[in-house]
Write a protein that binds this ligand. Structure first.
Ligand SMILES: CC(C)(COP(=O)(O)OP(=O)(O)OC[C@H]1O[C@@H](n2cnc3c(N)ncnc32)[C@H](O)[C@@H]1OP(=O)(O)O)[C@@H](O)C(=O)NCCC(=O)NCCS
Length: 167
């Protein structure tokens, strides 16, 4: 098996990304979310995983705010993460998250929030404890956060507009 190459999304990748995301989730919701986030200019980081010249995985982070008192503190929301069902358990998801986290820290991001399986995201440092005191419609065990610097423990999570259309 050849190495996985992780690189930023480029113009022309959209259709291949949508195919992977729709296959991974089994419905078009997340692919539509990506389109809406792009259209709204809310994408902070979008990476693809290529193996043998084909896009096999994708990860996206969008702009989320933690609103506390008069402050709007920027953070990022990890969603979605998808790996082609024929290529899962090959380390592609891990490679995407690890590279994305490095790039986010280099960009000066301080906090990432995810809604997902704690057994999976816990391996990358996300904890519900770090997100427990945020006010959010998504509050619950699946809401997890990872902080690279001092950021608020409390506040209202304000997701990009596109998330409101996701059922
Ligand atoms: C979740 C997903 C991105 C993982 O990608 P991947 O490339 O298969 O993951 P990796 O190869 O890096 O890691 C595989 C490991 O994660 C585990 N894993 C995969 N999905 C998991 C889940 N939902 N919960 C817990 N562990 C999970 C595997 O069992 C495996 O464990 P091991 O390393 O102990 O053997 C991929 O399975 C996927 O696209 N799923 C459908 C879409 C989805 O649910 N996305 C996440 C939304 S929050």
């Amino acid at each position: 098996m050849s190495a996985v190459i992780i690189r930023p999304e480029e113009p022309g990748d959209e259709a291949a990304i949508a195919r992977v995301v729709e296959a991974a989730f089994g419905n078009p919701g997340e692919a539509l979310l990506i389109e809406a986030l792009r259209a709204d200019g809310d994408v902070v980081l979008s990476l693809v995983a290529e193996r043998d010249g084909e896009i096999r995985g994708h990860i996206l982070f969008s702009r989320l705010f933690v609103v506390k008192d008069e402050n709007r503190i920027p953070a990022v929301a990890l969603a979605p993460l998808a790996v082609d069902p024929d290529h899962q358990d090959e380390g592609i998801g891990t490679a995407l998250i690890d590279e994305a986290h490095l790039r986010l820290q280099q960009k000066g991001e301080d906090l990432s929030v995810v809604l997902g399986d704690p057994d999976y995201y816990g391996k990358f440092g996300y904890t519900h404890e770090r997100a427990r005191d945020f006010a959010s419609n998504y509050q619950g065990e699946a809401l997890q956060a990872l902080a690279w610097n001092d950021t608020p423990l409390e506040g209202q999570l304000v997701y990009p507009r596109a998330f409101s259309a996701l059922s």
